[in-house]
Design a binder for this molecule. Structure first.
Ligand SMILES: [Zn+2]
Length: 160
């Protein structure tokens, strides 16, 4: 929920994929959309997981744990992926010291716009083509997987 105590979006059919989240009021850049809620998985539990179809509902945290939006999740789990998203997700530590994923508007958003984040899935050794993206953005990577890391910086050539 945001500062007004009510989600600034509604969940309905998306032409991109399944259900989507759509702004119900204009949002300014930096405006809070919500916290990504769900069941917490520890790194040890994650090792036992069957990933089939589940990956897009998981949010990885920097401490190695994950949030599973399928259980106890809120409306933010319906934000679809775009390679040119209008929202950003980032880690915050709440007043209890717990890592959370906060989602906020990355730019101005109009009423009725679908809300997107860049999933940048960590797919390990899997084929990025298995996580096909159909976001339609001109800069679409073709996959919801995280972009490859930039090539290592070239070492300066030694003189002489
Ligand atoms: Zn895309």
């Amino acid at each position: 929920m945001n500062e007004d105590g009510e989600d600034p979006f509604e969940v309905r059919d998306s032409h991109i994929h399944g259900l989507g989240a759509f702004a119900t009021r204009p949002l300014r850049k930096g405006q809070r959309i919500g916290l990504y809620a769900g069941r917490r998985w520890t790194p040890g539990e994650i090792a036992t997981l069957d990933w089939d179809n589940a990956l897009t509902y998981f949010f990885g945290l920097s401490d190695g744990s994950m949030i599973d939006g399928r259980e106890g999740g809120n409306g933010t789990r319906h934000l679809n992926h775009s390679c040119a998203p209008n929202c950003v997700a980032y880690e915050v530590v709440d007043e209890d010291g717990v890592l959370q994923i906060q989602i906020e508007a990355g730019r101005r958003i109009r009423v009725g716009d679908e809300l997107f984040i860049d999933y940048s899935l960590d797919i390990g050794d899997a084929d990025p083509a298995e996580f096909e993206c159909r976001c339609g953005a001109p800069e679409c990577r073709g996959t919801m997987a995280a972009p490859p890391p930039p090539p290592p910086a070239k070492k300066p050539r030694r003189r002489g």
